[in-house]
Design a protein around this ligand. Structure first.
Ligand code: AMP
Ligand code: MG
Length: 494
């Protein structure tokens, strides 16, 4: 393995704002990034600042919440070495060169506990990778990313997070003129499947190796010393992706744009574009307005994840074996294992949702027959599982098909020794009462974007912060939109 660029020296002491930035990514081979500063904006103004996240990062929220200029890119925090990252990607199956077209990595914040997180500005102006884009972002989509990523975090699902959103005092032009904004995104890293594809597509084996070594050291240190470290890397990424997608499936989350440039090697959910949570259960559900063939529909997510991992395996071929034929065999064997790994995580997640502590051979059939019933009934995904978790629930008592299933479930519960209370408590911890319902998210964004009223979003964020608790204040966030399935559309090119 080549010398790693992640310094293992003791963290430097931080200033009054708490910035403690390192720039390990900046020292990777030059073909992986372009050094440039964010483009200043006219009038930075703080819209939302995440004090809880600031604290875990070791940042002084009380002082930084007033420093919109930093989160707009007008001023740089101490220690920043800004850069745009290069990457490629398979978008809807087609390979393209991409890169950060509207984002700048400021550096990596080292937290008081020694963890390393990327601090990235999104919407920070044009870069060499902008192609025809303006490098900017509109307020609505940046607030949307803030809301959904924080909701995912509260649900216990690995995700990038949102530290701040500022408005720029400038307009951006999409179909219409919209207020411009910059989001500060915090991520374990922004290394994507597409980053590896970029290095391999350029035939730069040294950059590929440096990137792989860096990723191993940063995200999979326990695998860096394996006999075959690059195969171990691939297997580690597969394991985390399998677990992540299983978690998405268990809460009805639809990413919407699972291109390889939107798959993070860290195993975090990244790039909240046309994503949304499903209301009525239907595996064919798609929200993205441009996903006409349903490539990224709910029910396709596991297969697409495997397809994306096959692209990672392809990019890693030069490192897997000197002989290409043997490298392909190694890669194929690894990728085939995805299905089994995914099933393991999915079954574990679904068992928890049904209060099953033990494993029985019939569990899969029991889960699947509930899902068939839910699909036929167009049952609300979140509320169905949550109501099963509630004592004395009578939601579906008049449905004979449900009664048959419920009798099977009750019989299954008797095969384990846990009490009814324990079962319900377990189920409530795995079946959220509150998810970011599409109409509630839209309501919050409209109030913020059109009227400058942030109170609607603040109340929504509070409800989403404790999704497994069912407090009185959250009742208003539990009802489905009432929209016909398929009526809600989300948009790319945000
Ligand atoms: P996304 O669909 O957000 O994953 O972005 C796909 C690619 O398009 C990435 O390389 C982005 O940096 C780039 N991109 C998206 N929006 C813009 C924009 N407004 N200006 C420049 N590049 C953009
Ligand atoms: Mg992207």
């Amino acid at each position: 393995m080549s010398e790693s660029v992640i310094s293992s020296s003791a963290p430097t002491t931080s200033g009054p704002s708490g910035w403690n930035l390192e720039n390990s990514y900046a020292h990777l081979p030059a073909m992986l990034h372009e050094h440039l500063d964010p483009t200043p904006v006219k009038e930075p103004r703080m819209v939302v600042f995440n004090h809880a996240l600031a604290q875990t990062l070791g940042l002084n929220g009380a002082s930084l919440a007033d420093q919109a200029a930093i989160f707009a890119g007008n001023e740089l925090p101490d220690g920043a070495e800004p850069l745009a990252q290069a990457y490629a990607g398979h978008q809807y199956g087609n390979f393209t060169g991409l890169g950060d077209g509207r984002a700048i990595l400021l550096g990596e914040q080292i937290t008081p506990t020694g963890e390393r997180f990327d601090v990235q500005l999104k919407g920070s102006g044009p870069t060499p990778y902008s192609r025809r884009g303006d490098g900017r972002a509109a307020l609505g989509p940046m607030l949307r990313e803030y809301i959904i990523s924080e909701a995912m975090h509260a649900l216990g699902i690995p995700t990038t997070r949102s530290l701040a959103v500022v408005t720029t005092g400038e307009k951006v032009f999409r179909q219409e003129s919209l207020p411009g904004a910059v989001l500060t995104r915090i991520a374990a890293s922004h290394i994507r499947v597409g980053t590896f594809e970029w290095a391999t597509a350029h035939g730069d084996k040294e950059a590929l190796r440096a990137l792989a070594d860096y990723t191993l050291k940063r995200h999979y240190p326990e695998r860096a010393t394996a006999e075959a470290p690059y195969l171990a890397l691939l297997e580690g990424v597969m394991e985390r992706q399998a677990r992540l997608i299983a978690q998405w499936q268990c809460v009805g989350f639809i990413h919407g744009v699972m291109n390889t440039d939107n798959v993070a090697l860290s195993g975090e959910t990244i790039d909240y574009g046309p994503c949304a949570f499903m209301d009525a259960f239907d595996p064919a559900t798609v929200f993205s307005s441009i996903d006409r063939n349903g490539r990224y529909a709910y029910g396709n997510q596991p297969q697409i994840a495997q397809w994306n991992l096959a692209r990672l395996a392809e990019a890693l071929l030069p490192l897997l074996h000197a002989d290409e034929k043997q490298a392909v065999e190694i890669a194929n064997a690894a990728i085939e294992g995805f299905k089994v790994t995914f099933e393991k995580h999915w079954l574990a997640g679904m068992r928890a949702k049904l209060g099953l502590f033990t494993e029985e051979a019939e569990d899969r059939a029991l889960i699947e027959s509930l899902l068939v019933w839910m699909r036929e009934q167009k049952a609300d995904f979140t509320n169905t599982f949550r109501s099963l978790s509630e004592a004395g629930n009578t939601m579906f008592n008049d449905d004979p098909a449900f009664a048959v299933w419920q009798a099977q479930w009750q019989a299954r519960l008797k095969l384990q020794h846990q009490s009814a209370d324990e079962v319900q408590e377990h189920m409530r911890a795995h079946n959220p009462a509150v998810i970011p319902r599409n109409h509630k998210v839209e309501e919050a964004l409209a109030a913020a974007s059109e009227r400058g009223d942030l109170s609607v979003m603040q109340r929504l964020l509070e409800a989403l912060a404790q999704p497994y608790k069912d407090r009185e204040a959250q009742a208003a966030y539990r009802a489905p939109s009432g929209l016909a399935p398929g009526a809600y559309q989300t948009f790319c090119g945000t």
